[in-house]
Design a protein around this ligand. Sequence first.
Ligand code: ZN
Length: 167
Amino acid sequence: MSAETQPTQVADKLVVTIDYTLTVEGEEVDSSREEGPLTYLHGYGNIISGLEKALVGLKVGDQKQVTVTPEDGYGEYDEEAVMEVPRDQFPAEIPLEPGIELHITDEDNETMHAIILEVGDDIVVLDTNHPLADQELNFDVTIVSLRTATKEELAHGHVHGEGGHHH
Ligand code: ZN
């Protein structure tokens, strides 16, 4: 077995840590300043595809402005993702008012984000499009660090945290 070399450029199967700011229509909507740098396993679709592609080959310390179209970001706005749900399917404690954001868990245990558009006597109209659907995303990214992934991380397809990870 050959000695492991320290990776120098973003590539598949590397664990990449980035600082980023996401701006949409001139407004900052997300930034690692609040939650700290983002660490992800490159090449496994853990971040949106348009951003992942744009970071390939960057070195630690490099900064890049990346513009991501909706197709490579959070998708086009889908009319079919607007749905009517019978009002009696909502637990009584949920306030049903337009503009309220909900997180819904479906049969497959996938969590969906939804916004209430309308509340009728019998039905509630939900929009399950991603809030950033149809938007051009502008990322300002700095590569903070790179490391090789562990075998377990590659098998799982995601990064494991410092404090151990169970599943
Ligand atoms: Zn895992």
